[in-house]
Design a protein around this ligand. Structure first.
Ligand SMILES: NC(=O)c1ccc[n+]([C@@H]2O[C@H](COP(=O)([O-])OP(=O)(O)OC[C@H]3O[C@@H](n4cnc5c(N)ncnc54)[C@H](OP(=O)(O)O)[C@@H]3O)[C@@H](O)[C@H]2O)c1
Length: 335
């Protein structure tokens, strides 16, 4: 049987485009003992994939040129030589961008589709949801009545951060890039204020108006000028959760921003970066909290679905121009 796969065609300088991805047809290898054959159902596309397209060591190894891109995926077991999974089981794992994959059963986890739809395990009950939960609760330490600002507020992580902030009794101010996203966040997800950074000509002024008591917590998904404006408003003992810097991922050289460290010093603020895998041992706690809050209706969720294997590169690139509301997923069609 032949399958199709998408490989890294070359390393991008700056913003990648579709030419950095190449489609290939290859024979499906033979399955060995303790392996399973997988039919992907949903692929997650995530900002960190951009970092893996670069050469050089980071917290996760780079993709090899001419080798398949990989990302989180939900797949169905279609053949098995493992006692861990039977045919028809739905599993979560890091899969190559391919129409079928053969992987050792040991690198896959089961998902409970009675608890939530399968795709949720790539979003609110998966890596982005856990990032929101541990970043906000463990580092942000929200207190009732405090003001929380979230950048990238309408994305997979930001959407959950803002809602968790509301559950903790905070005033929640989101920053997002379209009017539709701002309306959605206020009407559907309970944010107190949302600023459209693409429309706002004076972001510092808009932030001052939205945060009359200043900023006690900043959950940073974006970095750059948005973060410069938020950091100027931080209060005494503020906590800055450094989750992502997507506005800088495609920059080949780093521009100098304002020097904000004096503010961190005089306001006794804390900035802490983190990688979600730091919390691996505590994932069950996070999933339990998020699943319970979903079930009780205290958390809501949304996904953007792009249909078809061929659309994987475009869906990924769309993250950098804000094409998604909530989690961006590629839904596989029958091949
Ligand atoms: N630390 C960790 O372990 C960890 C784990 C997961 C994710 N992250 C980070 O968290 C952030 C959010 O990830 P996600 O998966 O939830 O992605 P996402 O927010 O669902 O998608 C990215 C969003 O970022 C916004 N954006 C893109 N380029 C921008 C720019 N130049 N300026 C301003 N906004 C921009 C877009 O929304 P707009 O329409 O609002 O522009 C886009 O929809 C990323 O930085 C990611 O790297 C970190």
């Amino acid at each position: 049987m032949n399958i199709r796969q998408i490989v890294l065609a070359g390393r991008p300088e700056g913003m990648p485009d579709v030419s950095h991805f190449r489609f290939e047809e290859i024979p499906l290898p033979e399955m060995k003992e303790d392996e399973v054959t997988l039919k992907p159902l949903f692929f997650s596309v995530d900002p960190y994939i951009r970092g893996r397209m670069n050469a050089g060591k980071s917290y996760i190894s780079p993709f090899e040129v001419n080798a398949p891109i990989q990302s989180g995926a939900i797949a169905e077991v279609v053949e098995t030589r493992s006692s861990r999974f039977k045919k028809g089981d739905k599993v979560l794992g890091m899969l190559p961008w391919a129409t079928r994959a053969i992987l050792p059963a040991s690198v896959l986890s089961s998902i409970d589709t009675r608890l939530a739809p399968a795709s949720y395990y790539l979003g609110i009950l998966g890596m982005p949801g856990l990032t929101a939960y541990f970043g906000l609760i463990d580092i942000g330490k929200p207190q009732e009545g405090e003001t929380l600002v979230v950048s990238g507020a309408a994305g997979a992580v930001g959407l959950v951060v803002g809602q968790l902030g509301k559950i903790k009794g905070c005033r929640v101010v989101g920053i997002a890039g379209t009017e539709e996203k701002c309306i959605l966040l206020k009407k559907e997800f309970g944010f107190d204020e949302v600023i459209n950074y693409k429309k706002e000509t004076d972001l510092p002024k808009a932030l001052k108006a939205a945060c009359p008591n200043g900023v006690n917590m900043y959950f940073d998904n974006i970095g750059g000028e948005i973060s410069d404006a938020v950091l100027a408003q931080i209060q005494f003992n503020a906590r800055v959760v450094l989750c992502g810097q997507i506005s800088l991922y495609n920059q080949s050289s780093m521009s100098n921003g304002p020097r904000f460290l004096p503010l961190i010093l005089t306001r006794s603020a804390l900035i802490q970066g983190f990688i979600i895998s730091n919390y691996k041992e505590r994932y069950p706690e996070g999933i339990q909290y998020l699943a319970k809050s979903l079930k009780e209706g205290r958390l809501k969720y949304t996904e953007t679905h792009i249909a078809g294997f061929d659309k994987l590169p475009e869906a990924f690139l769309g993250l950098f121009s804000g094409q998604n509301e909530g989690k961006m997923l590629v839904v596989m069609e029958e091949e």
